[in-house]
Design a protein around this ligand. Structure first.
Ligand SMILES: NC(=O)c1ccc[n+]([C@@H]2O[C@H](COP(=O)([O-])OP(=O)(O)OC[C@H]3O[C@@H](n4cnc5c(N)ncnc54)[C@H](OP(=O)(O)O)[C@@H]3O)[C@@H](O)[C@H]2O)c1
Length: 327
């Protein structure tokens, strides 16, 4: 049974812990690491961890742990992964994996040297609805894909203490929510040949809202991300023979496929077993059990490619994170 260590007793760690406990996965919650031992003990009690640590390093040193799930803000992932890899532990790291492409490249190289499995936790990629849609699109159900539209925009709590607006923690719409529309476009249209965008900055310096246009030889992707506007989620794939409405595209359980005359020709419905996190957790366990160093569903090159696209966007906005100035 795979023993998980979790660092960062925050928002998404709650979802992860619930999933490991409720899903049919061959894993157990072994240790929780927090900056505060009180919080770690609370988590231990709530989720049934065996161990609670009041520092991340103590958890990294625990020899019983097989794999560490990183549930801390983006700006901390790089340093944390460098340290974890010294202990030769497998890693599942929340998105965005690192602040930029170069940091991720260095991490993947070190992970290969240490012979451990490592993957970015972009749960969207592992959802059965997404995987089935990729097959149907590949088989030509809606012809050649000419357009993807995807929006992930919400009004975040505009408190300056919020990690989402803190440049040192890797805040900003792009790394937090923009990664999902960008992933969606890449899944169905591949790597864009050209990228343009408009961005509105928050007063803390991070990107608040962006409109992104990806151009492809035979089409385009129109993508929106925001931490400052409430808008409906949108995931639409248009082909020469029809279109697909992917409901709640980044955590989707359902998609409707139409022909060119707006007739519904197919409906997909794959309800989550727990909450949708179970698929990426199962993939992590399967890969480690098989001795794989990376997943075929989200290989290292995909994480690197998406980060390169996000680097290009930030370069066009002249936006760097404080840590990048030191690099
Ligand atoms: N897959 C998804 O659907 C999804 C959804 C939300 C977030 N995420 C990702 O998960 C990661 C964490 O997001 P979250 O929403 O869970 O964040 P959060 O609740 O704001 O913070 C997570 C934890 O990080 C730890 N932390 C360490 N240093 C910190 C610092 N200087 N400031 C603030 N927190 C610090 C804290 O845990 P301790 O105090 O216990 O050390 C905190 O509770 C991000 O990479 C985010 O993109 C993914």
């Amino acid at each position: 049974m795979m023993k998980f260590g979790v660092i960062g007793a925050g928002n998404i760690a709650n979802t992860f812990c619930t999933t490991v406990n409720e899903a049919d996965v061959d894993a157990k919650l072994y240790a929780i690491g927090s900056r505060s031992i009180e919080k770690a003990n609370q988590y231990k009690e709530t989720y049934g961890f065996v161990k609670a640590y009041g520092s991340y390093t103590e958890l990294f040193q625990d020899e019983e742990i097989d794999v560490i799930y990183i549930a801390t803000p983006h700006g901390l992932h790089y340093e944390q992964m460098l340290e974890i890899l010294d202990y030769k532990k497998h890693i599942l790291c929340e998105k965005s994996f690192t602040l930029n492409h170069n940091q991720a490249k260095e991490i993947f190289e070190k992970a290969k040297k240490q012979n451990v499995f490592i993957m970015e936790a972009v749960w969207t990629r592992f959802l059965p609805t997404i995987k089935r849609l990729q097959e149907l699109v590949k088989d030509g159900l809606i012809g050649d894909i000419v357009k993807v539209e995807a929006d992930f925009c919400f009004q975040a709590d505009k408190n300056d203490e919020n990690r989402l607006f803190n440049p040192s923690l890797g805040g900003g719409a792009l790394l937090d929510v923009g990664i999902y529309p960008i992933t969606f476009a890449n899944l169905f249209m591949g790597i864009p040949s050209n990228i343009t965008s408009k961005m509105k900055k928050h007063h803390t310096g991070v990107d608040l809202t962006e409109e992104i246009l990806f151009t492809y030889p035979n089409g385009q992707a129109i993508l929106n991300a925001s931490l400052g506007e409430n808008r409906p989620l949108k995931g639409l794939i248009t082909g020469t023979k029809g279109y697909i409405d992917v409901k709640n595209f980044f955590y989707t359980e359902q998609a409707f496929i139409y022909d060119q005359n707006n007739n519904l020709i197919k409906e997909l419905h794959f309800p989550h077993e727990v909450n949708g996190f179970e698929y990426e957790i199962r993939e992590t366990i399967d890969c480690i059990n098989q001795g794989k160093l990376e997943s075929n569903i989200l290989p290292h090159k995909e994480t690197l490619s998406i980060l390169k696209q996000m680097d290009e966007l930030r370069a066009s906005w002249n936006f760097t994170y404080p840590q990048e100035k030191e690099e």
